[in-house]
Design a protein around this ligand. Structure first.
Ligand SMILES: [Zn+2]
Length: 136
């Protein structure tokens, strides 16, 4: 049985995010009115409701705020990779995102510094995170 891994649902608003990811670039929207960073991609700033959101290079750095070890995958295609770790990373720029973590369970702790690590899944790059400065 060969089940292909599901890819993200890409919308016109999130298309630039995924295009940058495929170039191994981490770009987020930044509100030009209140200067807050925005993630996930949206048409309007969730803070001031301004619509002037510009794609800008983000650091790719953050801190781990919570995590979970997945033993039963939400999609059958991910099951062969289980157990794997997912977590919430609070980015340096402010927003948080849910991501796969390339970190062993015993090494995880609250506020662990992490950085982006682009992983190819079926030829499509996804933004995973790893412990900052550690070679994986
Ligand atoms: Zn704003």
């Amino acid at each position: 049985m060969n089940i292909s891994l599901p890819q993200p649902t890409i919308t016109p608003i999130s298309q630039p995010f995924w295009d940058y990811i495929q170039e191994k670039k981490f770009y987020l929207q930044c509100c030009q009115d209140c200067h807050k960073w925005v993630f996930y991609p949206r048409a309007h700033c969730p803070d001031c409701f301004g619509s002037d959101l510009k794609w800008q290079a983000a650091s790719g750095n953050g801190k781990l705020t919570t995590w979970s070890v997945v033993h039963r995958a939400g999609h059958p295609a991910w099951q062969e990779r289980a157990p794997y770790v997912v977590g919430i990373v609070e980015l340096e720029e402010g927003p948080s995102l849910l991501t796969h973590l390339l970190i062993d369970e015993q090494d995880l702790y609250y506020q662990l510094p992490v950085e982006i690590n682009f992983q190819s899944i079926n030829g499509f790059l996804l933004p995973f995170f790893q412990e900052k400065g550690v070679r994986v």
